[in-house]
Design a protein around this ligand. Structure first.
Ligand SMILES: Cc1cc2nc3c(=O)[nH]c(=O)nc-3n(C[C@H](O)[C@H](O)[C@H](O)COP(=O)(O)OP(=O)(O)OC[C@H]3O[C@@H](n4cnc5c(N)ncnc54)[C@H](O)[C@@H]3O)c2cc1C
Length: 408
């Protein structure tokens, strides 16, 4: 069976490429091979079922990898209006909440449905439960092997994703292993957009509490990244949007430390003075209740204890250093990061196929003409906020454009 294009992986990038190819050139024979019984399983789980499909502020700073410049052409050429127009053509309209774009239905499953309907209407051959196990060169063609099945094709698009979300969403990382064995350069993979594990002693006492904080990620005293938002204390460590946002960088650096500024609007000096005043006003109260009315009570008690003071004594008995010590803790409540909750809980994988092997304008491999890679399998990962799906769409539209131009 000879095909013009075979796409490996029916996720976000693969479905987008399949539809775009047939829209641009209906005469192309396009076959999509998907390991799972259904296409788009991970896409259907995105954005807590709402699918944060894009972001209005696509900038280089939002992307990570050995060479983030690689992603810039595709992101600038095929994001914004191009992505919106593409989705409009399959029946998905966008709405925006601040910078974040969603399908107007607020249903991730509807995005999968519209892509699948369009693929079927346009004549893409969708083969589910077809896990590709090998790719070989056969003269000028590629031979794609999926168990007992063999397919010949002129062009191949690898859109097999990576390990985020775990095997239940279709990925065991085997495609990257296969390509590595075939001689492709790869960059070590890490879970990103994932909860962080810390020493459990303190966080366990704070389980379930949410606070707005400035989150600084440091390694060996150096500030690596800063984010603001709601942090959630869990029995294993820390979660919440700013933690997920810095997690990929934490995984790549030695001895990472998360420092929370629990009162970012106040300077250290102003807070010290405020605590001095509070101590004199509330001197008759028990230290257990010192922070009651100023911050979460349980958090306040842990801060008092962590600063080295006893609970159940009077506020008036706190020594002269207390305001400074407690203020310093509030401005820099620090946790050694001991790990993360793994690929299964991560939204994206950092690392993957090394980008220098591919042309950033076409996504085509420099060594194998006709072989393309798109989406998460490449060493590009984005922040939380629609950036990863945008990379899937942009890289897919880029490859589809290149293939149709090469096959007119
Ligand atoms: C829970 C969760 C929530 C997320 N929410 C968002 C969000 O709101 N916004 C956002 O921008 N990003 C989000 N992401 C990230 C986003 O889903 C991914 O970046 C995106 O799906 C990557 O697209 P892809 O097509 O490259 O890979 P995938 O979507 O993973 O698709 C790859 C497909 O290839 C198939 N496959 C793998 N190996 C083979 C093989 N050997 N043969 C055949 N088929 C194979 C897999 O089964 C899979 O269907 C989320 C991720 C998760 C896990």
């Amino acid at each position: 069976m000879k095909n013009d294009v075979i796409i490996i992986g029916g996720g976000a990038a693969g479905l987008c490429a399949a539809v775009a190819l047939k829209q641009k050139n209906p005469a192309l024979s396009v076959r999509l091979l998907e390991a799972l019984p259904r296409v788009g399983k991970k896409l259907a789980a995105t954005g807590n079922g709402r699918c944060n499909i894009t972001n209005k502020n696509i900038t280089k700073e939002r992307y990570h990898g050995r060479n983030t410049y690689f992603a810039l052409y595709a992101l600038s050429r095929y994001s914004g209006k191009q992505t919106e127009d593409f989705f409009h053509s399959v029946g998905v309209d966008f709405i925006f909440e601040d910078d974040k774009g969603y399908p107007a239905s607020l249903q991730a499953a509807s995005v999968v449905d519209c892509l699948r309907f369009a693929a079927e209407e346009l004549g893409v051959i969708l083969c589910t439960e077809t896990r590709v196990t090998n790719i070989q060169l056969s003269g000028r063609l590629f031979k794609v092997i999926a168990g007992n099945l063999n397919f010949l094709t002129e062009n191949i698009i690898i859109a097999a994703g990576l390990l985020s979300g775990g095997e239940k969403l279709g990925n065991d990382g085997q495609m990257l292993t296969l390509l590595k064995k075939a001689g492709f350069n790869t960059v070590k993979t890490y879970p990103a957009i994932v909860q962080l594990k810390t020493d459990p002693e303190i966080v366990r006492q704070l389980k379930g509490i949410k606070v707005n904080a400035n989150v600084s990620l440091k390694s060996c005293g150096k500030l690596l990244r800063r984010e603001y938002g709601e942090v959630l204390f869990c029995d294993y460590g820390l979660s919440g949007p700013p933690i997920l946002q810095v997690s990929g960088t934490a995984a790549k650096n030695q001895n990472p430390v998360i420092s929370l500024d629990l009162m970012p609007d106040k300077s250290l000096d102003a807070l010290t003075k405020e605590l001095q005043d509070r101590i004199s006003i509330l001197s008759a109260r028990s230290t257990d209740e010192f922070f009651t009315g100023m911050m979460n009570k349980r958090l306040g008690q842990v801060i008092i204890k962590s600063a080295g003071y006893k609970l159940n004594t009077s506020v008036g008995s706190l020594d002269n250093n207390a305001p400074k010590k407690i203020a310093a803790l509030i401005k820099g409540f620090s946790f050694n990061v001991t790990g993360n909750t793994g690929f299964i809980n991560s939204q994206v994988t950092s690392g993957g196929l090394s980008t220098e092997q591919f042309d950033p304008k076409t996504m085509m491999c420099r060594d194998y003409k006709g072989l393309y890679a798109i989406g998460e399998i490449l060493d590009i990962d984005g922040d939380c906020g629609g950036f990863n799906l945008q990379w899937a769409w942009s890289s897919a539209l880029c490859a589809a454009d290149a293939i149709t131009k090469n096959n007119v």
